[in-house]
Design a protein around this ligand. Structure first.
Ligand SMILES: *Cc1c(COP(=O)(O)O)cnc(C)c1O
Length: 367
C-alpha cells in the first residue's frame, strides 16, 4: 500500500476547499489595531437577539442535561404557527445542517446534484463531500435559470438546490415558477428550496408555501434562525418536507444536533412579532439608504430581496475589501463566487450604514 492515509480520504473530500466565513470582529481589531469595527459581512441581524429569547437563555439551569433530542416544544410551536405536522419537521444545527442531511441521504459516488452559478457556497461543498458530482448551472441575470437547470438533469441527478432569496446575489424566484419547475421535473429528484431569508420577503408570490409539499413529495424547504431571528451564534434552523423524507433526514441527524439554549430561544424568537417587525423595518430603511448611495456614486448593484446587497466595486474585490477593512468595515469579497469585483454588504443599523456610506464615498474618491 503506497498511498498515504490522506490520499485515501473520500475522493470528494480530496478536491474540497473549506468554506471561508466572514472575518470575526475581535481578531480583526487586534490584527489592524483598530478601536472600532463594524461587521457587515455575514448577514446577521444588526438589532441583535429578541429580548424574550435572551431571557429564556439566562433562565435555563439544566445545562448538565442533554437537549430534548426530538425538540418537542420547538416543533410544536413551528407546527402551530405554520400549520404543518410536527412529523414533517427536521431540526438543524443551523439550516446548513439540512443541506448536509439531504446530500447525505440521497447522494453518493456516481450521482450528481445541480446548483446555480453564484448559488450559496455550501451546496457544492455538501454535494462533493458525498463523492457526487456538483453540476453548476450558468446563472441568468445573476439569478437561477430554472429552465437551464431542468435541461441539465440526467439519469444520475438526485438533488437540485435552489436558494430564494439567494445569497450572495439577493435574487429571488416566484413560487409559481418553482411550482412549474416541480411539475416538469421527475418526481424522484429532491428539490431543496433554501429560504434562509424568508422573513424579509414582502410579497406573497415569493413565499414558498409548505402547502406545496402536499402536492410535491420531493420538495424540501429550509428556514433559518440566523438571519431575521438573530440567533446566528446559537445555530438553529429546520427543514419541512413530506413525513417520509423527514423520516429519512432524521436518520442522518445527530440526536442532539440542536442545543437546549437554541431550542428554547427559538420558541421565543419565532413568536416575537415585535422584534421581527423592527428587524425588517431596519433592513428596509437601510437597504433604501445604501441603494441611494450606490446610485449617487455610480456603483452598480444587484437588486436584493435579503438583508444584504452586492455591488460592483469597480476594482479587484480583494483590494476593495481591504480598503474598507482598513477603515474598520468588514465586508465580504465575492471572489470565491466568480464575482471578481463584487463586494457584499450586510444591512446594519442606521449609524452603521452611515459609516459604510462615508467610507464608500472615500473609496470612490480614491478609485
Ligand atoms: C446564511 C444562509 C444559510 C445558513 O444559515 P444557518 O446559519 O446555517 O441557518 C443558508 N442558506 C443561505 C442561502 C444563507 O445565506
Amino acid at each position: 500500500m503506497s498511498d498515504s492515509l490522506l490520499d485515501r480520504a473520500n475522493k470528494g473530500i480530496l478536491a474540497l476547499k473549506p468554506y471561508e466565513p466572514g472575518k470575526p470582529i475581535e481578531e480583526t481589531k487586534k490584527e489592524l489595531g483598530l478601536q472600532n469595527i463594524i461587521k457587515l459581512a455575514s448577514n446577521e441581524n444588526p438589532l441583535g437577539i429578541s429580548p424574550k429569547a435572551l431571557k429564556v437563555i439566562f433562565q435555563n439551569k439544566d445545562l448538565n442535561r442533554y437537549p430534548d433530542g426530538n425538540a418537542t416544544s420547538f416543533k410544536e410551536v413551528i407546527s402551530q404557527i405554520e400549520g404543518i405536522k410536527t412529523s414533517m419537521i427536521t431540526i438543524g444545527n443551523g439550516s446548513n445542517d439540512l443541506i448536509e442531511f439531504v446530500s447525505k441521504c440521497f447522494l453518493s459516488e456516481g450521482d450528481n446534484a445541480i446548483y446555480s452559478q453564484y448559488g450559496f457556497a455550501i451546496y457544492p461543498l455538501a454535494i462533493k463531500s458525498t463523492g457526487a458530482k456538483a453540476i453548476k448551472a450558468k446563472a441568468k441575470d445573476w439569478g437561477h435559470d430554472l429552465s437551464l437547470m431542468k435541461d441539465l438533469i440526467d439519469g444520475n441527478t438526485k438533488v437540485i438546490f435552489l436558494a430564494t432569496p439567494n445569497n450572495p446575489t439577493g435574487t429571488i424566484l416566484e413560487s409559481n415558477d418553482i411550482e412549474e419547475f416541480l411539475e416538469e421535473i421527475p418526481s424522484n429528484i429532491a428539490v431543496f428550496v433554501d429560504q434562509a431569508y424568508f422573513e424579509y420577503i414582502e410579497e406573497d408570490k415569493y413565499k414558498i408555501s409548505f402547502d406545496l409539499i402536499k402536492k410535491y413529495k420531493n420538495l424540501i424547504v429550509s428556514r433559518s434562525f440566523s438571519k431575521a431571528h438573530g440567533l446566528a451564534a446559537l445555530r438553529l434552523g429546520y427543514g419541512v418536507s413530506s413525513e417520509e423524507i423527514a423520516e429519512f433526514l432524521n436518520r442522518v441527524r445527530q440526536p442532539f444536533n440542536a442545543n437546549s439554549l437554541a431550542l428554547a430561544a427559538g420558541v421565543e424568537a419565532i413568536a416575537d412579532n415585535e422584534h421581527i417587525a423592527q428587524s425588517i423595518e431596519i433592513n428596509k430603511s437601510g437597504m433604501e439608504k445604501v441603494k441611494k448611495a450606490f446610485d449617487a456614486l455610480d456603483f452598480k448593484y444587484i437588486e436584493s430581496f435579503g438583508n444584504f446587497i452586492s455591488f460592483d466595486s469597480q476594482m479587484d474585490s480583494d483590494s476593495s475589501f481591504d480598503f474598507f477593512l482598513r477603515k474598520g468595515i468588514i465586508l465580504r469579497s465575492l471572489k470565491v463566487y466568480e464575482m471578481p469585483q463584487h463586494l457584499r454588504v450586510s444591512i446594519g443599523l442606521e449609524d452603521e450604514m452611515d459609516a459604510f456610506i462615508k467610507v464608500l464615498e472615500e473609496y470612490k474618491k480614491a478609485l
